[in-house]
Design a binder for this molecule. Sequence first.
Ligand code: ATP
Length: 385
Amino acid sequence: MEETIFNASGGDTDLSGLQVQDLKAKLLDLKMKNDLLLKENNQLKRENNQLKRPPLFVAVVLDTMENSEVYLRQQGNNQEYISQTIDELRDALKPGMKVAVNNTLSIVRIVGNTFDTRVRVMELDESPEVDFSQIGGLREEIEEVREAVEYPLTKPEIFKRIGVEPPKGILLHGPPGTGKTLIAKAVAHQANAVFIRMSGSELVHKFIGEGAQMVRELFTLARERAPSIVFIDEIDAIGSMRTQDGTSGSAEVQRTLMQLLAEMDGFNNRGDVRIMAATNRVDMLDPALLRPGRFDRILEIPLPDEDSRHEILKIHSAKMTLDAVDFRELVRLTENSTGAELQAICREAGMIAVRRDADSVEMNDFLNAVKKVKNKSCAEDRMFL
Ligand code: ATP
């Protein structure tokens, strides 16, 4: 069948059915393209509007008050003020939350909870699964830590009765991998305390400009979750002797250290927050940290001796099926190894036996593991030379 349509010059043109279908398809195609362009145009308009808006400031909610008023502290300049918000946001606001405020300082939206930042830098363990039976050797050291950290939490009355103040902070120092963190976790477990760990080097490298604020939050969290044990690992990163170079990096570290000292000074020795720290470089620490009332007990955690190495190897191989393993010989071969290396040797021996598809771990697997772990440690040492 033929259709007649009018062309622009007023004449009529005869089109075949096929041609009409083709034109209709083209028209549909053009309509779709038009829709897509309209959408893109709207999106660009929205983005353009967004770019024209002034930036929002970030503040922390300190308290919520009546009449939709909120008590805020602005991040960066620490200025405090009372602001307004819309009802639907008001109910969701809680102290500690981060909010975005516009240039009239009204709350526009919730950014997140400061707890999010805290968990980025702090490790919080309600009840660490480590007990003293999992630590090889270090008996005297463990006893000293218990006296300074655990007993003030579990037996405060003894300190009161005798009239003695427990040490405020205890500093563990020694080579990496010798069990400093392990002791702190075991003490927290024994005292039923929450274990909160913060790494000094992470704080300095990942949270530039936020160090002092993080230290404040660490202690706030410790108070909120008391009884608790605060463990600051690699404290030398924030507590090294003051340098005179005056670079902004060191000024920032100074502020963080000052905040830490201020927090420690504000603590009660008999309170239910205990403070521990660890370092591999005690010689580099700022003397201000070691003054009485701060880290006034310093304890060395040494490399394990023969008996301790034996115990550590036994602890880390306790769950393995062993076949004629000569632990005395392994102890002889692992002089100067740390607890972490001994643990790695046990794990590696187990993996070698798995690869062999064996039923048990044999002495030869351990000997190969010792070689492998020792070679790895030597290579790492060379990297730091
Ligand atoms: P760093 O200075 O690197 O933080 P650290 O001294 O805190 O090291 P840990 O993290 O406590 O060392 O130890 C690492 C691992 O080594 C532990 O998880 C544990 O498995 C093992 N380990 C270290 N020392 C001992 C020990 N005395 N007994 C049993 N295991 C140990």
